[in-house]
Write a protein that binds this ligand. Structure first.
Ligand code: MOS
Length: 751
């Protein structure tokens, strides 16, 4: 059966549960005898705890205990040198010693019979420190006092880049020659601030032990990975840990790593001998559960007078905790986005007394492409060339870094259709040339891109005798629609309505599935579901082939299609029968298959990426410096789109994230104390509905049969990537002023 490239925009299968409030998130679960944990956080950024005075806390009614490094259970499997793909045990602050690495680090947990009593108890804990001055973070856009030269001089080259499986630093061609051949050159330093993930749902877990068996209702982007890490750290078999995430209210990378709370919850349950519910307060989410690193990026673009690139250099400096090794891979996309014979990219980081840095929606790409695409815009002006023309001029037909063909690349179509829909030709190129009364109007564009990442997942498919299908896979749903998509993939293969598919997911009792990170869920778990469903369908076709009583007896597999709950002959749909009648006649047992799915060697032969174009229109108040984004458009080519509705929502959400990064988000640290000064949603700004006006996204049909069995590319992150620069470029077009520092706030636009 030919798969439709843009799938039905069906409603979420869990939509009703969500809008009626019957969907249960991790913090909604209760256990008999459950008590409440509330964290006590450090108030110094660098030092050793001398004393934890809990006397007043323990006097409170209802307080059952205080767990800290003085009395916490020792963890058998904590290995500070161990590294896994996305996480290291080094990022854990789990009360094993008295060292404080950053301000707002968890150092104790108060356990009480009610949440309110635990909160009060936590407020009464008194801690004394032997404190040292904090190692400063990178100089941020709003202050140049931190990140002293001395600290930057200590910048290290990371051993590896997260998610990037090749070199940290790269060169190609002859950079000197390329630079001297350049007739036009752009050379800038771009700065992006620390950003903190702010999922609507806080990190939360309910943990309980039954003997040496542990169950956790956890807000995690990866139940399977979480299960493994927790088991390792507690030194118990994986089978003894069950992790359940029925619903997740966003994660954006901050729930992708097994951070401290996932360990502290079960530790506390063991410590107090009762089920423990631990919910992070909003303020606690600023530090211990990751952040997007600030970056300082030096970018040089050299081009001939016709716009052809002759040389590019991109050097990224990022930061991480003093115990951590996460290096934001900000320069990596520059290696492959445009054809350029001579290039150099590097990555360095500094260590500061800050919480762990971590993936945050499009780690690397989001800050890196901001620099690159703003640089291209500036170059286009120098060349007096249309910014879109410049991108076409340097279009990469093959991946210039990997030197491999793309599995598919419909970026030209994205430029073309995006420009048409947006009305790019209505733009007059001169800055400050478009105006509406007091408002300067600007239009900008950028390329957007995100690689196809594929992990490993398994899925079980059972075709029941009544013609319904059971699908089981451990995968969690970040809130993006994963449960709906997986159901739809299975339904599509059997040619049945999605409501005939029952899904078991969000639980490690089902076949192991990949983390929902790196836009890899549909790519990976969707492929496992595809393969398992196809295997069962094949069995059914074979059964019919061998069954003399079947209308499909001796009909070749390739001639049979599944449609409307029936197997039938492609050229003669009347000839066929329902799954149900076939199975009933053949022993009356379900057909079942579990498939493990992972990438083959296509990765060595091809470069796989989703591409798109983003267009932005802004209105800038000339007097007040206020920027309003009036229109945002994403034109995206990302392989097969399973569900147009949830997919488009993903893109729109990504565009909002881009707007947020361009204009709003900034985690502000006091350089004297390294304490985050805006750890709440009042002062850490994210867009509200009033900040987002016209927003639109659409998909370019793209058939990709090489990338993976599901034929899909990730769409979770691509919406963010180019949007930041499209908006910055629109602001330049409106005002004639370039911004190299994010976020582009009123104070910067006004002057
Ligand atoms: Mo996402 S930042 O890859 O969880």
């Amino acid at each position: 059966m030919a798969k439709k490239l843009i799938g039905d925009p069906i409603d979420r299968i869990d939509g009703k549960q969500k809008v009626t409030g019957s969907a249960r998130y991790s913090a909604d679960f209760k256990q008999p005898g459950m008590v409440h944990g509330v964290l006590v956080m450090s108030t110094t950024a660098n030092g050793q705890i001398q004393k934890i005075d809990t006397a007043n806390t323990l006097k409170l009614p209802g307080v059952l205990g205080v767990m800290s490094h003085e009395n916490a259970p020792k963890l058998a499997g904590l290995d500070k040198n161990k590294t896994t793909e996305v996480a290291t045990d080094r990022v854990l602050q789990v009360f094993q010693d008295n060292q404080v690495h950053y301000n707002n680090q968890p150092i104790a947990m108060v356990l009480a019979d009610t949440f309110e009593r635990a909160v009060e108890g936590a407020s009464l804990v008194r801690v004394t420190y032997d404190a040292q001055p904090p190692k400063p973070e990178l100089p941020g856009p709003h202050r140049r006092t931190g990140g002293t030269a001395a600290n930057i001089d200590k910048a290290e080259t990371p051993e590896r880049l997260p998610r990037i499986d090749d070199q940290v630093d790269t060169t190609r061609g002859d950079l000197k020659k390329g630079m001297s051949a350049a007739k036009v050159r752009v050379e800038n330093t771009y700065r992006t601030p620390t950003q903190t993930h702010n999922a609507l749902e806080p990190h939360a877990l309910v943990s309980f032990w039954e003997g040496d068996k542990l169950t956790i209702y956890n807000a995690t982007q990866g139940v399977s990975a979480n299960q493994k890490r927790v088991a390792e750290i507690f030194g118990i078999p994986k089978e003894n840990v069950r992790v359940i995430t029925q619903y997740l209210g966003g994660g954006f990378g901050s729930k992708g790593t097994t951070f401290s709370q996932s360990i502290l919850g079960p530790m506390a349950a063991r410590f107090i001998g009762k089920p423990v519910k631990l919910v992070l307060m909003r303020e606690h989410m600023f530090g211990m559960v990751g952040s997007r690193s600030a970056t300082v990026q030096q970018l040089t673009l050299g081009a001939a007078t016709d716009g052809q690139f002759t040389a590019i250099t991109h050097h990224s400096l990022t930061q991480t905790g003093d115990f951590d090794d996460f290096a934001e891979p900000a320069s990596t996309i520059t290696r492959m986005l445009y054809a350029c014979p001579n290039l150099e990219t590097t990555h360095k980081f500094i260590r500061a007394n800050i919480g762990p840095t971590s993936p945050m929606r499009a780690p690397g790409e989001a800050p890196g492409v901001f620099a690159l695409e703003c640089g291209l815009d500036e170059l286009a002006y120098q060349l007096q060339m249309d910014p879109l023309e410049l991108r076409l001029k340097n279009y990469a037909e093959t991946d210039p870094h990997k030197k491999l063909p793309f599995t598919s690349k419909s970026l030209r179509e994205c430029y073309k259709q995006g420009a048409e829909r947006f009305g790019w030709t209505k733009r007059t190129p001169q800055p400050r040339s478009m105006r509406d009364g007091n408002y300067l109007i600007g239009m900008g564009m950028a390329t957007t891109v995100y690689p196809v990442n594929r992990g490993e997942s398994s899925a079980m498919i059972r075709l029941n005798v009544d013609g319904t299908v059971k699908l089981e896979t451990a995968t969690q749903d970040l809130g993006t629609g994963t449960f709906t998509i997986m159901t739809q993939i299975a339904a599509d293969i059997f040619g049945i309505s999605p409501d005939l598919v029952t899904l078991g997911a969000g639980d490690t009792k089902y076949p192991e599935a990949t983390n929902s990170g790196g836009s890899r869920t549909t790519v990976t778990t969707g492929s496992a579901v595809t393969q398992a469903a196809q295997a069962v369908l094949k069995k059914a076709k074979k059964m019919a082939y061998n069954d003399k009583k079947s209308p499909l007896y001796a009909v070749a597999e390739a001639e049979i299609v599944a449609e409307k709950g029936r197997l039938q002959v492609k050229s003669d749909p009347r000839k066929g029968e329902t799954f149900s009648s076939l199975l009933k006649r053949n022993g009356g047992k379900p057909l079942e298959e579990t498939m493990e799915s992972k990438a083959g060697d296509e990765k060595e032969k091809y470069s796989m990426n989703a591409f798109g174009s983003v267009f932005a229109e802004v209105r800038v108040d000339e007097v007040l410096g206020e920027v309003r984004i009036t229109r945002l458009l994403g034109a995206i080519a990302a392989g097969r789109i399973i569900n147009e509705k949830t997919a488009r929502s993903q893109i729109l959400g990504g565009l909002v994230w881009g707007a947020s990064m361009a204009l709003h988000e900034h985690t502000v640290m006091d350089p004297r104390t390294n304490r985050i000064m805006n750890p709440n949603l009042a002062e850490y700004h994210v867009p509200v509905n009033a900040d987002i006006q016209g927003i639109d996204g659409f998909f370019i049909e793209e058939k990709d049969e090489i990338a993976n069995p599901a034929g899909v590319k990730g769409i979770g992150e691509i919406g963010v990537v180019g949007t930041v620069s499209a908006i910055a470029n629109a602001i330049y077009h409106a005002t004639g002023k370039r911004h190299y520092d994010l976020p582009i706030t009123v104070d910067k636009v006004m002057v």
